[in-house]
Design a binder for this molecule. Structure first.
Ligand code: UD1
Ligand code: UDP
Length: 383
């Protein structure tokens, strides 16, 4: 029996977290061979996810450089993929989301005329430069892909409106599948600082901030606002695992370093991070993934961006766009801290992004595409 070679290509932390459960799911079928190709756009932050999910790479392009540019990521991935494609001859390439790895991986597949499946397809702001370069990456991959795995109905509608070629499936987001592996109510943290935190008497805010379009003044303003929030609330502590990007680290150190009740720590492994989210008071972030995970855990999210391609949690009332000005972020954070009715209204667990079965639907869609099953997967329907 022919085994179809399905090669998942990914390179950054969020892609790895959201592709890991899919790589595992694809490995369960006798008629598929699940192959894992890392670009290594991230290194430490990627390896940590591979370890937690106990995954081995079949190929690793190892492209990361300090302060890398968009051009180096794209060109090194494209060149590296030449050899991999020759050697592996996959039947389908899967890419995830909107990073430079995603775009270059899909383009490499196209150059070799290999079909592409796009996981987390159809998210849009329709603003070319925000998020930058992600909006353009995912739009271009939408044109290349043959199978589009949209987390939500609204994402699928974007693609249908754009009349993309290929099949669109509504699968839910694999981030929620990943949390099925990581979140455990009785888990002890490995990290000493997390173990010492008093989640009962202190209000712990989990913070992350890394987006390229926030570099410079927006990031400085956001961080100054966070410093002010902590200064004016004695029972508030911030835990901020700082992204390894030197640009982000310099900014975080300058505005938040050495301050009482603000813990700037190294990136947490995904198991620690998800369990921190499960226990914290609220989340302040510009991350995409955290906007999906926190609502599933009943945690209010302040989104420190001008826009978001994830409107579902805002519509459900668990996330709020706080913007990137000092005044805006300060006001929204103070509201949640000082007005318990406002907090309670946002602190409800909803799951517009998934039911934990996205990977199963994606695997079924791939098998359906290759004629290995007659059943097209049923759509994920949000609660
Ligand atoms: C990338 C993605 C972004 C995604 C983010 C997730 C692009 C253009 N951007 O942005 O969409 O939201 O990942 O985190 O694809 N670094 C390390 N070790 C690591 C990871 C990063 O040292 O494990 C440092 C390196 O100096 C690297 C820099 O961080 O040059 C920036 O990494 P890069 O992937 O270019 O950008 P991100 O901001 O991480
Ligand atoms: N995350 C993590 N450790 C950290 C910070 C984040 O494991 O120290 C996880 C987080 O829970 C989410 C993902 O990384 O699953 C989000 O990645 P990131 O914010 O880097 O990228 P984005 O989602 O914005 O593309």
């Amino acid at each position: 029996m022919k085994k179809y070679k399905i090669m998942s290509v990914f390179g950054t932390r969020p892609e790895a977290i959201k592709m890991a459960p899919l790589v595992k799911e694809l490995g369960k079928y006798d008629d598929l061979e699940s192959i894992c190709c890392l670009t290594g756009q991230h290194r430490e932050m990627l390896d940590s996810v591979m370890e937690i999910f106990k995954l081995q790479a079949d190929f690793d392009l190892n492209i990361m450089e300090k302060r890398q540019t968009l051009s180096t990521i794209t060109t090194k991935t494209l060149l590296g993929m030449e050899r991999v494609m020759e050697q592996c001859k996959p039947d389908m390439i899967l890419v995830h989301g909107d990073t430079s790895t995603t775009f270059a991986g899909a383009l490499a597949a196209f150059y070799h005329q290999v079909p592409v499946g796009h996981v987390e397809a159809g998210l849009r702001t329709y603003d070319k430069y925000s998020p930058f370069p992600e909006e353009m990456n995912r739009t271009l991959v939408g044109d290349i892909a043959d199978l589009h795995f949209s987390p939500t109905r609204a994402n699928a509608e974007n693609l249908r409106r754009e009349s993309v070629a290929g099949e669109v499936f509504i699968t839910g987001n694999t981030a929620i599948d990943a949390m099925g592996y990581t979140v455990k109510a009785d888990r002890k943290f490995q990290d000493e600082l997390l173990n010492r935190l008093d989640f009962e008497h202190h209000r712990i805010i989990a913070v992350t901030c890394h987006r390229r379009e926030n570099y410079g003044k927006p990031m400085e303003d956001v961080m100054s606002a966070i410093a002010e929030v902590v200064r004016t609330h004695e029972d508030v502590e911030v835990v901020y695992p700082v992204h390894l990007s030197p640009v982000v680290r310099e900014c975080a150190q300058k505005y938040l370093g050495g301050k009482e009740r603000i813990h700037l720590i190294d990136p947490l492994d995904v198991e620690e991070m998800h369990n921190l989210l499960a226990r914290c008071f609220m989340v302040m972030t510009d991350s995409g993934g955290l906007q999906e995970e926190a609502p599933a855990l009943g945690k209010p999210v302040l989104v420190m961006r001008r826009e978001t391609e994830r409107p579902e949690a805002i519509a459900a009332g668990t996330a709020k766009l706080a913007g990137v000005t000092y005044e805006g972020v300060l006001a929204e954070a103070n509201r949640l801290l000082d007005d318990s009715a406002a907090y309670q209204a946002m602190a409800k667990a909803v799951n517009p992004y998934g039911d934990g079965h996205a990977c199963r639907r994606i695997a079924q869609a791939i098998r359906w595409h290759f004629g290995l099953t007659d059943e097209r997967p049923a759509d994920f329907l949000a609660e």
